[in-house]
Design a binder for this molecule. Structure first.
Ligand SMILES: Nc1nc2c(ncn2[C@@H]2O[C@H](COP(=O)(O)OP(=O)(O)OP(=O)(O)O)[C@@H](O)[C@H]2O)c(=O)[nH]1
Length: 836
């Protein structure tokens, strides 16, 4: 016999004894002892209790009995020993007939769940009905088996619940004993209550609930705080058990800053278990403490699962919805969409005429009067296919949008008048389109004018890398007349062909997103914005974030001012319902809720304000080197403007030759003429620096440059320009200083001291003289000395500065030869930009 068995011997002994005494007892007494735990039996049985092992031992027995150890072979079931089987109550009926009707029996292979007790609980072998002993355990059985670490009485009660023997308490009198049992142990009582709560109306609940309730009412009023606490603790334990039974996830996706509680929820494990694991891994934390990624990964590895840090999503970053490689668009849902086209070209080459022609001849069906309202874009139709035209010709609208990162144009139509040829703005337009990487279709316009030769334009354009297909290039060139409409259909066909090549697609089922074409404040309607939908379907009522503002789409019109409820991708619409007026080129995105839209909009507005405050992200020659390092720039973009073509060529070729390791110069636009607003726009959109040679910014350009923080550098020596760009790229740009006059003093009196030297007394006639100023001593218009002050006094006191109209006394460092009538000019050197 092992030590264990020896220890258990009194138990077996006791059980046998008990069993024997039961059989000796009259039926009525047996009935009484039937519902008792060994302890309760002992107490009730008077004399036999004296022979029983002392209570502490019995308690231990009870506990051991619940450990799932198999019963000793010679141990026969105690048929009358369990509260769940008050066998003495059913007179002479065979046991099988005493069972509940079939319909009331618990499911599970048709056998009583209590069969499980035979396996797990040797002490409670009263439920010996196991007609199918070889069958697999039922779910309930498995669950019972799992819960073997419950206190004995709890287990006992549970088993009772599952037992097929659940006679009416009133019928069999078991209520008294069940009640005695239930009141004899808190766990049992709690368990009973839990069962009553979770399985109302079951026979099992009924069986124990009567007397248990009575007892409970006596000692613990229903709904008392204690009862509630117990119920809550029990429910929590149940939840934990349920969680425990869920499998571990394959991957633990975590965010930085998560604590043990957070992780416990994700991996369905107890907080205590995780804390213990961490402790064993050498990490002592409490459940609310944030864990670093190393600890989380270590923990995941210990559980044998992978760990992955969740990418933090910045809700304010709506640009993420426009990132082609990483957005939520499902490629399987993509369908072809209309191309979005911008018309560009030199002044008077016929852009507006072409747009007008299309508006009147190819507008969407049902628009009898054509486009009635200007919303910045409209759709033309050819063979039932739509083409969206941005309504504003020229570079500005185009670059405005690009400057805000809204690359909405798919195709650029470059209009070149056949009678005028390639002109400066034609070249600019080419550079704008090339910088935006949009394909160019050339419309050689005004072919109706007699004597014009479109071939000349073809030849001219080849200089700008626009080579038509017949010459081995890929540029589509169509001779048209915007006035007569000749070949305009062919131009549209070519646009559609190009669109097909580009496979322009969008997902109409996605949340709508796109860009603002125009926006304004309408007196009656508030903020009105023209939007171009790029993905998804926009609907009225949608909560929306537009740039740094937000709202809900209150009304929506199409280009012909029809009220519409929804709009598909590539459709231009005009909406109301925004809080503020957004800017052209801003992105818009539909959100899940108005709350989310508000939060995102407000957060964006705040960030924009902060950015505005620290405005320092633009590229300038002064900041070029640090910007290159910060943004890992590989190219430095320049726009070159000069007075003559020769200078343009000399400058561009020399600038391109600058060699600084890992960085190259890219001239995104070069041309003859003054620096204009278009240059500033292009520079802003592409982060370029403007190099002007013998030219100046004109009109709005100067103030635009200041407002948009575009760096404009002006030179009249080519070498200086090249030198400065090179120095800037190497981070060796010398700052430029300019003298700034502060004020001047007329010397009126002189005082000579052997120790101090000469003190010049005088009057400030202009501005201010400061102690740290540089000074220049001028005598009869000639600068006699240039130096700094050694001292400055007002009356007898040292002064930091003396203003106009006041007398002063001063000494000049290392100079004592002042004369009455000299003029002392004070000045400072200030760092200035070259474009001033
Ligand atoms: N003969 C002829 N004249 C044309 C054609 N297209 C435009 N024009 C004329 O050219 C002039 C300028 O045309 P617009 O359409 O205003 O040119 P634009 O490029 O829009 O000019 P800006 O808006 O100033 O940049 C107008 O007088 C038009 O009537 C054409 O195909 N044939």
């Amino acid at each position: 016999m092992t030590e264990e068995e020896k220890k258990r011997r009194p138990l077996v002994h006791h059980i046998r004894k008990q069993s024997a005494s039961q059989s000796e007892l009259p039926a009525s007494q047996r009935r009484h002892s039937a519902g008792l735990s060994s302890r309760a039996q002992g107490e009730r049985r008077g004399e036999s209790s004296q022979n029983s092992p002392e209570p502490r031992q019995r308690r231990r027995v009870s506990f051991e009995s619940n450990t799932g150890r198999p019963a000793p072979k010679d141990h026969r079931p105690i048929r009358a020993g369990s509260a769940s089987a008050p066998t003495g109550t059913r007179s002479n009926e065979p046991r099988s007939q005493q069972r509940r009707p079939l319909s009331q029996r618990p499911r599970g292979n048709g056998r009583p769940i209590s069969a499980n007790n035979n396996v797990s609980d040797p002490l409670h072998r009263t439920h010996t009905h196991n007609p199918l002993p070889n069958q697999h355990p039922t779910t309930n059985q498995r669950n019972n088996h799992r819960s073997t670490n419950r206190p004995f009485n709890a287990q006992n009660s549970q088993n009772r619940n599952n037992n097929t023997h659940k006679p009416n308490a009133a019928q069999n009198g078991s209520g008294r004993f069940g009640g005695a049992l239930a009141s004899g142990n808190n766990s049992a009582r709690n368990n009973t209550r839990r069962r009553n709560q979770t399985t109302p109306g079951t026979t099992g609940a009924h069986f124990v609930s009567g007397p248990a309730r009575g007892t409970q009412r006596k000692s613990e009023p229903k709904g008392s705080k204690k009862a509630q606490r117990i119920a809550a603790a029990t429910a929590a334990r149940n939840r934990q058990n349920e969680r425990k039974e869920q499998p571990l996830p394959q991957v633990l996706e975590y965010r930085l800053g998560m604590n043990v509680q957070d992780i416990a929820k994700i991996i369905h494990r107890d907080v205590a278990e995780i804390l213990k694991k961490l402790f064993l891994l050498g990490v002592v934390v409490n459940q609310n403490q944030s864990l670093d990624s190393d600890t989380i990964e270590l923990l995941a590895a210990d559980y044998g699962i992978e760990s992955k840090q969740k990418a933090e999503v910045d809700v304010a970053d709506i640009d993420r919805f426009f990132n082609e490689d990483d957005n939520d668009i499902d490629p399987a849902k993509l369908v072809p969409r209309a191309p979005i086209v911008t018309i560009m070209g030199h002044v008077d080459h016929g852009k507006t005429t072409l747009l007008d022609y299309l508006r009147h001849t190819h507008v969407t069906a049902g628009e009898a009067g054509g486009i009635t309202q200007h919303i910045g874009a409209y759709q033309a139709r050819l063979h039932d296919r739509l083409i969206t035209f941005l309504d504003t010709p020229g570079h500005e609208a185009f670059t405005e949008m690009r400057a805000r990162g809204a690359n909405i144009t798919d195709i650029t139509v470059l209009v070149v008048a056949a009678d005028d040829g390639v002109m400066p703005q034609t070249i600019e337009a080419i550079h704008h389109a090339q910088a935006a990487k949009t394909p160019i279709i050339v419309a050689i316009n005004k072919i109706d004018i007699p004597g014009v030769d479109p071939q000349n334009i073809v030849n001219e354009l080849m200089e700008y890398d626009l080579v038509p297909e017949e010459y081995g290039g890929s540029t589509i060139e169509v001779p048209i007349s915007a006035k007569t409409g000749e070949n305009v259909d062919k131009l549209l066909e070519m646009i559609l062909l190009q669109a097909d090549v580009m496979e322009l697609k969008s997902d109409p089922t996605a949340k709508a997103r796109g860009s603002v074409i125009e926006a304004r404040l309408d007196k009656g309607r508030g903020a009105v914005a023209s939007l171009l939908i790029q993905q998804g379907t926009l609907k009225t009522g949608d909560p929306i974030v537009v740039g740094n503002t937000f709202g809900r789409v209150r009304t929506m019109n199409d280009a012909s001012h029809h009220n519409i409820k929804s709009a598909l991708p590539a459709t231009p619409v005009e909406i109301t319902g925004l809080n503020e007026v957004p800017q052209a080129g801003d992105h818009f995105v539909v959100m899940d809720s108005e709350k989310e839209a508000r939060e995102t909009g407000e957060s964006r507005a705040k960030t924009a304000m902060e950015e505005e405050r620290n405005n320092g992200t633009v590229v300038t020659l002064d900041t070029l080197f640090s910007t290159m390092a910060k943004q890992e720039m590989k190219t430095v973009s320049l726009i070159v403007k000069a007075d003559v073509q020769g200078s343009v060529e000399a400058l561009t070729s020399s600038l391109k030759k600058i060699k600084v390791e890992g960085v190259r110069v890219e001239i995104i636009h070069a041309g003859v003429g003054a620096i204009n607003e278009s240059d500033i726009n292009l520079a802003e959109a592409s982060g370029a620096i403007i190099i002007g040679f013998n030219v100046r910014p004109v009109g709005q350009a100067k103030s635009d440059a200041e407002q948009k923080h575009v760096d404009v550098r002006l030179y009249n020596v080519i070498y200086d320009a090249i030198n400065e760009v090179e120095s800037a790229m190497k981070g060796q740009l010398e700052p430029v200083y300019k003298e700034k006059n502060l004020g001047s003093v007329d010397v009126r009196q002189l005082f000579h001291f052997s120790k101090i030297g000469t003190i010049a007394g005088g009057m400030v006639t202009d501005g201010v003289i400061t102690r740290d100023a540089k000074i220049r001593l001028v005598r009869d218009g000639v600068v006699v000395y240039d130096g700094v002050l050694a001292s400055l006094k007002h009356e007898k006191d040292d002064a930091k500065e003396v203003k106009k109209g006041f007398e002063l006394g001063l000494t000049i460092a290392n100079f004592n030869d002042e004369k009455v009538g000299d003029v002392i000019e004070a000045y400072t050197m200030e760092e200035v930009k070259a474009n001033a």
